[in-house]
Design a protein around this ligand. Structure first.
Ligand code: COA
Length: 200
């Protein structure tokens, strides 16, 4: 079940039984810094990494006060991922969603390794697809990943996205230029998948 709420000060939140995606709040600062200082395993296939606590602290400030939070209509979401897979809710990482000028939407997630393999990214993807198709009314959503990132690819494919091909240009990452695979799903495909669910 997907729940969503625009809370006070227009704080965005969308949730299921597995995960909550919401705008950052001041109380996330410590968890964010801890996430940013994660072991190298998390960063292996990511394009960016934080080289110091100061850089991570600045990034937290940027996300906390990002001007996109006041946009109408809102086009960019930088969200805390709160896992509900445990005895109490815990900060698992961050997720982003951008509505591009060409009408497509793009998303990604970055979870610390202690939260992997519990279905959190798959559940987060279901929410991000609902955000893009239901709330923002976009015709197509996409995500990219490093060709070696098997977990990421698995999450995208099991969520209904299909491989379009390799992005034409190499992408600049902290470990040098890397190829990227692009995955997409159209609104019609998403609706068909929802209708095919057993409890639809
Ligand atoms: C990619 C990432 C978001 C996946 O998150 P997650 O919460 O562990 O994902 P889920 O638990 O929903 O699903 C992971 C799936 O990948 C599979 N998987 C994991 N590692 C795998 C591997 N090396 N090869 C093949 N499949 C793998 C899991 O078995 C699972 O599939 P299953 O449920 O069918 O068994 C997480 O690993 C992550 O944040 N990694 C670091 C940052 C990153 O790479 N982000 C993506 C940038 S494009």
């Amino acid at each position: 079940m997907i729940r969503s709420a625009a809370t006070e000060n227009s704080r965005f939140e969308i949730a299921s039984d597995v995960v909550v995606l919401r705008d950052f709040v001041e109380a996330d600062r410590f968890d964010f810094l801890e996430w940013a200082a994660s072991d190298g395993v998390m960063y292996k296939y990511m394009t960016f990494r934080f080289d110091s606590d100061d850089t991570a602290e600045r990034e937290f400030e940027r996300l906390l006060h990002h001007p996109s939070r006041a946009e109408t209509p809102r086009r960019h979401y930088y969200l805390a991922v709160i896992s509900l897979k445990g005895s109490r809710p815990s900060f698992a990482g961050i997720s982003g969603f951008d509505a591009h000028a060409d009408g497509s939407g793009e998303f990604g997630w970055y979870l610390s390794s202690g939260h992997w393999g519990k279905g959190v990214a798959t559940a987060a993807t279901a929410l991000l697809l609902a955000l893009g198709f239901e709330r923002l009314n976009l015709p197509v959503l996409k995500a990219t990943c490093d060709p070696e990132n098997a977990a990421s690819r698995r999450v995208l494919e099991r969520s209904g996205l299909h491989l379009v091909g390799e992005v034409a240009e190499l992408v600049k990452t902290w470990r040098g230029p890397r190829p990227r695979l692009e995955f997409r799903i159209g609104r019609g495909e998403w609706i068909n998948r929802l209708n095919a669910l057993p409890d639809a």
